[in-house]
Design a protein around this ligand. Structure first.
Ligand code: HEM
Length: 173
């Protein structure tokens, strides 16, 4: 077993994508909670939920960004794939910065059950940039096929288990 499997995941089972699901999911929850609080639905509880969700999202962003970064390091510089992945990285770092400033500005009020207009706006902008970044990440995977093996003949038992050969086999194609 290669050491890199620990931080890149296995062939056919990269680490970055499932972490992105958790990170985008919790930021989406935070944004929905902020909207609910602002329109007066469970105002206080939703504001508390927004606070906690942003904190969890920022914690999850660490391993998510690191696993994406180690994959990005392997892309040949200057290629279209590299440009798209770099735009994705920049978008995700900007989105993370917006969420960080939002919680920095609104933490106290959020814990007290209210979201300030400024923190709300920062959350909405962060979510918009996150969506753009997700779109670019989707292009990296679904347009360029990064980390995709596409071994349509692979037997099911081999496809679901982390076996080392397929990524090399796919690279030979
Ligand atoms: C909050 C941080 C991040 C989020 C939420 C995120 C989200 C995503 C998403 C949604 C995808 C498409 C995967 C799929 O649809 O299953 C993706 C792919 C990718 N992202 Fe990120 N990303 C983040 C940070 C980064 C960073 C900092 C880099 C560094 C350059 C990066 C590099 C990549 C690469 C190389 C891929 C292609 C798939 C792979 O290698 O696993 N990401 N990302």
């Amino acid at each position: 077993m290669k050491l890199e499997y620990l931080y890149r995941g296995f062939p056919g089972h990269p680490l970055h994508p499932p972490l992105t699901d958790a990170t985008i999911g919790i930021y989406t929850f935070a944004t929905i909670a902020a909207v609910l609080s602002k329109v007066g639905i469970a105002e206080q509880k939703a504001a508390e939920g927004w606070t906690l969700a942003l904190i969890v999202g920022l914690i999850l962003s660490g391993p998510t960004a690191i696993t994406g970064f180690v994959d990005w390091l392997r892309i040949e510089r200057g290629t279209s794939l590299w440009r798209t992945a770099t735009a994705h990285m920049v978008a995700m770092l900007i989105a993370t910065a917006f969420f960080l400033v939002a919680i920095g500005a609104g933490y106290g009020d959020g814990i007290d059950g209210a979201i300030t207009d400024g923190a709300f706006l920062l959350t909405l902008i962060g979510f918009f940039v996150l969506t753009v970044g997700g779109w670019l990440g989707g292009a990296v995977v679904f347009t360029y096929g990064m980390r995709v093996l596409n071994l349509v003949e692979e037997p099911a038992h081999q496809a679901v288990s982390p076996v080392p050969e397929p990524e090399e086999k796919a690279a030979e194609k």
